[in-house]
Design a protein around this ligand. Structure first.
Ligand code: HEM
Length: 368
């Protein structure tokens, strides 16, 4: 199977297309001081470099428990695994003396009006995002990391996600559990200048120097009320998003990537002003400052206490400026008609660390 390079100016798992299996694990860091945190970040960097490139599973004396879980057999295939490391605002409290190097806009996520945040599904000192072609590769990587750092990391919450297989020939966005193509309006990840402007913290910004090349990562665990949604007429569903369900095209247009052409519809007769996509990105010159890159997964868990399907969206987005990106866009979405069908229950604000250029450097080195 193929591998995604680990070394680079930016971490992998952000602008490369999302594969079919995703997993998030948020941790509390148990390391007691900056030196121990340094060791943890060095160790994490080594594990991720190995896991993402694959190779022979390490073995040792049969009298001891095996070093590797064995889940993937003796040869660990890379399976396009990426493990992306992000830090939460709490890592910059007084434990490690890092307050002065905190990314400027990194804060503890506060609830928005439609939220019903479950404390056990929120925040964390550290967030690991696993993405691979199969869920077992993510599970193997998570177990490897949990096993290697028992004294330094304690899992706080975790969520698994997936993307559906696309029919052959469909090079558009994958579908979410509401049946709509999700990701169509994303900025073009192949446009390097655009990514520098929208996603990556730049060296000449007002952020601490070490943060250049990183990106603010927002996670929102958003439950769907699917029983209600599945009884909602198609036209209403489409009005809520502003797009056709089958093709993903903007209402009144033919193809998924057609421009919604808001100029020709100033009063929202074709695409309502309150539709999700028009609120999220009105495509005005000013709203160019609020672009973000969504890289979401669907999730499906058990059932709720009320016996309803517990499914939804692991909303994940990246941006160079948390306030101009997610916070501004979410504030515009507050009160949108879609809220009748969704309930954000968890997540947090994180900062995805800059990448490591080569073996001599470790993740987070610049801030430690
Ligand atoms: C667009 C679904 C939450 C920001 C869309 C589209 C769908 C969708 C189907 C249209 C296709 C596309 O352009 O990708 C959902 C669902 C959500 C959710 C099901 C939660 C349950 C959010 C949140 C934000 C957001 C929390 C950010 C605060 C956007 C943006 C667009 C978009 C920026 C692109 C608009 C454009 O450029 O035309 N979303 N979304 N979405 N959504 Fe969401």
């Amino acid at each position: 199977t193929s591998s995604i390079p680990f070394h680079g100016v930016h971490q992998a798992g952000i602008v490369n297309p999302a594969p079919s299996a995703g997993a998030l694990a948020a941790f509390d860091v148990l390391a007691r001081d900056a030196a121990e945190l340094r060791q943890l970040m060095q160790g994490l960097t080594q594990r991720i470099a190995f896991l993402t490139q694959g190779g022979q599973a390490p073995s040792r004396d049969a009298k001891f428990p095996p070093l590797d879980s064995g889940l993937l057999g003796p040869t660990i295939a890379p399976d396009n695994l990426t493990v992306t490391v992000a830090v939460g605002a709490s890592l910059f409290d007084n434990r490690f003396g890092l307050a002065s190097v905190k990314p400027k806009r990194l804060d503890r996520m506060r609830g928005f009006p439609n939220d019903a945040l479950v404390p056990g599904l929120c925040h964390g000192d550290l967030l690991l995002q696993f993405c691979a072609d199969s869920p077992e590769t993510n599970i193997h990587a998570l177990r490897d990391i949990v096993k290697h750092f028992p004294g330094q990391l304690a899992i706080r919450w975790r969520m698994d996600g997936f993307l559906p297989h696309k029919p052959p020939g469909d090079d558009g966005a994958g579908r979410n559990l509401l049946g709509f193509k999700d990701g169509t309006g994303n900025p073009d990840t192949k446009d390097k200048d655009l990514m520098d402007r929208v996603i990556w913290v730049q060296p000449d910004s007002d952020e601490p120097a070490w943060a250049a090349g990183g990106s603010y990562q927002v996670v929102r665990i958003v439950r769907h009320f699917l029983e209600r949604w599945d009884r909602t007429p198609l036209q209403e569903q489409q009005t809520i998003f502003g797009r056709e369900r089958t093709s993903g095209a903007p209402l009144g247009k033919a193809r998924e990537f057609d421009d919604p052409d808001y100029a020709a519809d100033p009063e929202g007769k074709r695409i309502p002003m309150t539709s999700h996509m028009r609120l999220a990105n009105p495509r005005t010159p000013e709203s160019q400052a609020n672009l973000l890159l969504r890289r979401a997964f669907n999730y499906s868990r058990e059932i709720t206490k009320a016996g309803q399907l517990d499914m939804g969206l692991l909303f994940i987005c990246f941006q160079a400026d948390l306030e101009k990106g997610f916070i501004t866009v979410q504030n515009r979405l507050n009160g949108e008609p879609l809220e009748e069908y969704i309930k954000p229950i968890g997540g947090g604000y994180f900062f995805a660390l800059p990448g490591v250029p080569d073996n001599g450097v470790f993740l987070g080195q610049g801030m430690l």
